[in-house]
Design a protein around this ligand. Structure first.
Ligand code: FAD
Length: 408
């Protein structure tokens, strides 16, 4: 079998197939294997998640996701890593990491396991063209031609081109007769044309972010937000970026409403602010606000609140109400995402109605398989994207091995 892409899915499939005696050639365009794995999870590699449910995955074909996941939960991935000598440890929210907390150990052990399974790894080998003829796949590459009766396309998505992200797999599949679901950047930062975020760049705080598109609320997430020169980032923003990306493809513009003090209800916040007002004080309101919120955010809060009080003693229930509204509904227009360049994953991909969920085989071309992010499945932040890559690869390996046995 030829496998295109020595990322998570390609490596996992190659190891499992090689161990069963299948002769595997693994073609990788980068100068080394597993580049995305190496940088993943801030260098720690969030391998999978203890709490795998189909609700954490996205596809136009939810039924397909359910079927692929069936029987392949966290324990399947744990067992695979155990078999290559990698022990996992649990972080927050069920996130699983290598015990070493080093993504480099994941790649090192995958490489060793692949070599031990006699996988032929060919790096700096970019596949440029595929022809399916006489039941064989003929591949043109930057290192010459390769042919085999079985092909696995595990070339990932367009996300993070500097790490090998490419649209090659989509195009190969399309040329071989498959259709594609539109691709959009996901798990990505959001850009704004509003200038004020520049002066707040570097300010990070826990907040509740609500995305609006066409004036309708779309999704809400609580977590850290980070103001930046281009707009906004942070975990809560990454978590809503998929929906923002899809909506921005439909509408010119989306809006975020940010609750900067989500742990207080409106009433609690009003009471807190009111209880801190000294009716005799000449303190400027901008300074008084530093008792509650980061200094850099204050000009924007005062601007949007239209608070008329200039000094603390001018603050009354009405003016406090305006400040509370601004603190809990700070608006930020979103013009675009930061694109595939900065995205962790891509939505869309090869249409899964044309793929068998048990074997990950093409329903159209015999002995053609797909695994990982190249297909129309993406997951939430938290190890779900790698989970899909590992388990879709496991399905390919099991199907190919059992087909071989049947043929014999
Ligand atoms: C910065 C970052 C951090 C991430 N962190 C996490 C995380 O902690 N947890 C998580 O679950 N997910 C994470 N992800 C997402 C995760 O990396 C991907 O979902 C996963 O790598 C997909 O696996 P894959 O095997 O399908 O594709 P990839 O791992 O992208 O592998 C595809 C391989 O195919 C190669 N290739 C492409 N085209 C060709 C061609 N024409 N010829 C030869 N080779 C080719 C590429 O170079 C690449 O090495 C992160 C992504 C990024 C960018």
């Amino acid at each position: 079998m030829i496998i295109i892409g020595a990322g998570a899915a390609g490596l996992c499939a190659a190891i499992l197939l090689g161990r069963k005696g299948v002769k595997v050639t693994l073609l990788e365009q980068n100068d080394r294997i597993g580049k995305k794995i190496l940088v993943s999870g801030n260098g720690k590699c969030n391998i999978t998640n203890r709490h795998i449910t189909d609700a954490r995955f996205h596809s136009q074909n939810k039924n397909f996701v359910q079927k692929v996941l069936k029987g392949y939960d966290f324990t399947s991935v744990e067992a695979f890593f155990h078999s290559i000598g990698l022990v996992l440890t649990e972080g927050k929210e069920g996130k699983m990491f290598p015990f070493s907390m080093q993504a480099s150990s994941v790649v090192a052990l995958l490489r060793y396991a692949a070599e031990e399974a006699d996988v032929d790894i060919v790096c700096q080998c970019q596949v440029t063209h595929i022809v399916h003829e006489n039941s064989n796949f003929h591949l043109q590459t930057s290192l010459g031609d390769f042919s085999d009766s079985h092909l696995l396309i595990a070339s990932g998505s367009l996300a993070a081109p500097k790490l090998g992200g490419s649209n090659a797999g989509y195009l190969f599949a399309q040329k071989l007769g498959h259709s594609l679901i539109p691709r959009h950047p996901a798990l990505v930062q959001l850009c704004s044309e509003e200038k004020w975020t520049k002066s707040c760049a570097g300010v990070k705080l826990p907040a509740l972010a609500t995305l609006y598109a066409n004036k309708e609320p779309v999704i809400q997430k609580e977590g850290d937000i980070l103001f930046t020169n281009y707009g906004i980032s942070g975990l809560a923003i990454l978590d809503i970026s998929r929906e923002a990306s899809l909506r921005l493809a439909q509408f010119d513009y989306c809006e975020l409403s940010l609750d900067l003090m989500p742990s207080f209800s409106k009433e609690q916040l009003s009471n807190l602010l009111l209880s801190n007002v000294n009716k005799q004080s000449e303190k400027p309101v901008s300074l008084w606000l530093q008792g509650f919120i980061h200094q850099k955010l204050i000009p924007q809060i005062l601007n949007t609140s239209k608070c008329r009080a200039v000094t603390e003693k001018m603050l009354n229930r009405k003016e406090i109400g305006k400040l509370v509204y601004a603190l809990k509904n700070l608006k930020l227009g979103i013009s675009e995402t930061r694109g595939f360049e900065h995205a962790e994953v891509a939505t869309g991909g090869i249409n899964t109605t044309e793929i068998d969920p048990v074997s990950m085989a093409s329903k159209q071309i015999p002995n053609l398989y797909f695994a990982g992010e190249v297909v129309d499945v993406d997951g939430d932040r938290g190890g779900f994207n790698f989970h899909f890559a590992w388990i879709s690869a496991m399905r390919v390996a099991e199907a190919v091995v059992s087909n071989e046995k049947t043929a014999k």
